[in-house]
Each structure stands twice: as structure tokens, then as C-alpha cells.
Design a protein. Structure first.
Length: 216
């Protein structure tokens, strides 16, 4: 009798686990798959600034940037009504946001001027640069109206930056880039990422202008 009871209990447990597994699979089939986005995905030179031949031969490095804490998340951030933050579980960055911004900015700089080299951190040890760029990203998000039914949104990127001379660690120039652009339809995250890329191109143009003033 005891062996028979053990067999019955085992069969019951196995059956219950099988039902849970089947139920989980059926629920998973209907769930929406997260979308992952990357920055800087345009073809080289698309939307780039006017060529700057005076930067021919300059070597620059884009250091690891500082990212304000609420942006340190894999989810794309939307600010609603000025104070409410929305993190979209199904719209995510395909890489850490700080690394994506650095890579995109370095790519836009490379496409816009005949630099000798533009490196995004980390770079190999003993790599030498004429100048180093440091970015502090304070805003990098979609902005939605307070009314949940309204769809007329915008994009906001706010970045403080400085350029250093690595030979003596002197800050040679600094500035702030504040990019806002309307035309985003709230909920369209692919369009949001495209507009964020436009903001990074504008930031790169500011950096190019600043670097050009350093050429003798």
C-alpha cells in the first residue's frame, strides 16, 4: 500500500508540474516581445554637419560619459507632464545607454570631419589623443503631454560637455547643448529613437564647432 501511495503522489506532482508548464507556454505565446533599439544607426554621413577641413589630422577621444541616475536603465524613458516618468517595458535599449550615446557621438564626429582618429572609450592603453571630450547627459527622453489622450510629444536632450587637453589635463573649452524637437507622436518609440539620433547629431555639431576654435 505504501509503495502504491508513493506512486500516486509522484504521478500527481508530475501532472501538476506539466499543467503549470503548459499554462506558462500558452501565456507566453500571446505576450508581446520587447523591442530593442540602438543609437547611431544611420548610414555614414547621413544628416552630418558641413565638412570641417580645419580638423584634418586631429585625434580625439570620447571618454566614458556621465549619465544622470534616472536614465541608467535599459528601458526607454518618457517624461509625462514634466514630473511623471514612464519606463516602457517593451521598448528597451539594445546596449547600455551610456555606451550607445558615446558610440553614436563618435560616429557622427567621424562622419563630419577628416579626423585622424575618433575613439570612444574604452580604447587601447597608451592611445594618444590631441583632445578628450567629456559628456554629462542630464536629459535624454521623450516628453509627453500631461493629458494621457494627447499624442503631440517632443524630444529633449540636455548635455553639459567639456574638452580637455590630455597633455596637461587642462579644460580648454566647455559648453551646454540643449536640444528640443517637436513632432514626436507619443507611443511611436521607433520615431522617438530617430529624433534622439537627430539630437546627438546636433550635439556632435556643437562639439565640432568647439574643436574647430582650437585649431591655430
Amino acid at each position: 500500500m505504501r509503495n502504491g501511495m508513493k506512486v500516486e503522489r509522484t504521478a500527481a506532482v508530475v501532472g501538476a508540474l506539466a499543467l503549470l508548464a503548459i499554462g506558462g507556454c500558452s501565456l507566453g505565446r500571446g505576450a508581446a516581445a520587447p523591442q530593442h533599439f540602438l543609437l547611431g544607426g544611420e548610414t555614414a554621413g547621413e544628416g552630418a554637419s558641413a565638412p570641417r577641413p580645419e580638423l584634418d589630422g586631429m585625434s580625439v577621444g570620447v571618454r566614458r560619459l556621465q549619465l544622470t541616475s534616472y536614465l541608467d536603465t535599459p528601458f526607454i524613458v518618457v517624461r509625462r507632464g514634466g514630473e511623471e516618468m514612464t519606463l516602457s517595458e517593451f521598448n528597451r535599449w539594445g546596449e547600455p545607454l551610456d555606451a550607445g550615446i558615446n558610440r553614436a557621438v563618435a560616429g557622427y564626429l567621424t562622419a563630419a570631419a577628416p579626423f585622424e582618429a575618433v575613439d570612444a572609450a574604452p580604447w587601447p592603453a597608451r592611445t594618444e589623443h590631441d583632445y578628450l571630450i567629456e559628456l554629462n547627459v542630464l536629459r535624454f527622453e521623450g516628453v509627453a503631454p500631461a493629458d494621457p489622450l494627447a499624442t503631440a510629444g517632443e524630444v529633449h536632450i540636455l548635455t553639459q560637455w567639456q574638452v580637455l587637453r590630455p597633455a596637461d589635463a587642462v579644460v580648454v573649452t566647455r559648453g551646454t547643448s540643449d536640444f528640443r524637437q517637436a513632432g514626436w507622436v507619443v507611443g511611436d518609440h521607433a520615431a522617438l529613437v530617430a529624433l534622439l539620433n537627430s539630437g546627438l547629431r546636433a550635439l556632435s555639431a556643437d562639439l565640432l564647432t568647439s574643436l574647430a576654435t582650437l585649431v591655430e
